[in-house]
Design a protein around this ligand. Sequence first.
Ligand code: IMP
Length: 427
Amino acid sequence: MPAVAVIGAHWGDEGKGRVIDFLAANRDVVARYAGGANAGHTVINDLGTFKLNLVPAGIFNPDCICVIGNGVVVNPPALVSELKMLTDRGVAVDGLRISERAHVVLPHHLALDVLEEQARGAHAIGTTGNGIGPAYVDKTAREGIRMGDLIRPETFRERLTQVLARKNRLITQIYGGTPIDLNEVLEDYGRCAEKLAPYVTETGRLLRDALKQGKRVLLEGAQATMLDIDFGTYPYVTSSHPVAAGASLGVGIGPNQIDEIIAVVKAYSSRVGGGPFVTELVDETGERIREIGQEYGTRTGRPRRCGWFDAVVGRYSCEVNGVTRLAVTRLDILDTFDEIKLAVAYELDGKRIDWVPANLDDLERCTPVYETFPGWKAPTSHIRNFDDLPANARRYVERIGDLLGAPVDMVGVGASRMQAIVRRPLP
Ligand code: IMP
């Protein structure tokens, strides 16, 4: 049975965690394929509210194997404390598996993330400060250390000794920062390695075998298309491939093994960090969306920039990812608005365009062309059937589906697992 991927279509924080938690109830395997502890997946279920950074949201299904794939960068202390948080709250983590090919986020990555951001000054990316960029740089530069190295103390010592000497020169001589102490890292990470070793394995084989055996596999995206290193608003992006194509690479299966791609979009748009955001509302309406939606970063607590739904970006994402179905989340946040706008095109230098310019200067000059919808001005959180939604809400949701070119199969009307309208069973 082929796998299903869940991706974010805008700038992240679309509610992928809740959609994955919903789908994970009947999955055999849930595998995270990209990013690291920069992600913040909020899951609200019978056990309470959980904020996950590295562990796949399938962990709440005790029968599910949860894989941290080779495409993820793993911060061992962060993962150890996340596992402790879960076990302390009664969630079994025996189903976790970590790829031995996944790269390790090390203290010098965290230090360099901060120092490089400072050096960028006014052009700072607004990273989450989790060392993600520097860890992927080392991976590509073939200076990375993988989970399989971390759990072999001699290999870890040898690799880290080599790499850290050079990184410390960079930290001290270029950035004037404080060098990282080799022995401290060996000790701290050595302790984490002992705790994580039982979970580290060749997860690619596990995934391929699961697919051969007809098991139900879900590929969990983190971040989103507009933060993709190739397809996002470069350089205001993350350093991995959140797009669906990154899923096969990030877990080690063929692209033809993924047959359904679910894009998660919020009923409005938000972005955290720097970079262009055509429909951003720097006014009272934006503030109102932020407050009602409590749009503050799960990972960093930063206020998120909010704006109307950008269907130009949405359509682009659906094309780049090959999206087959849509989940629209947080419709209830718009319940009290008199009118709601949807960007259906951009205007660039007086011309109407319906695509996302790759060039950042062009994108920054774009202004939104809106369609305006009357609000529905009624609560929706209790609704479980699409036909029971107010007519204006139905029209708005249908228009999103039309513009993005994929059916809206699920609508989120509240944060908890059950506050969802499922129009067509998800695959
Ligand atoms: P980094 O991934 O920490 O390097 O951050 C690069 C950019 O991606 C910044 O604009 C971050 O705010 C953004 N970013 C990274 N992870 C997430 C996420 O999970 N949700 C939303 N934005 C994110």
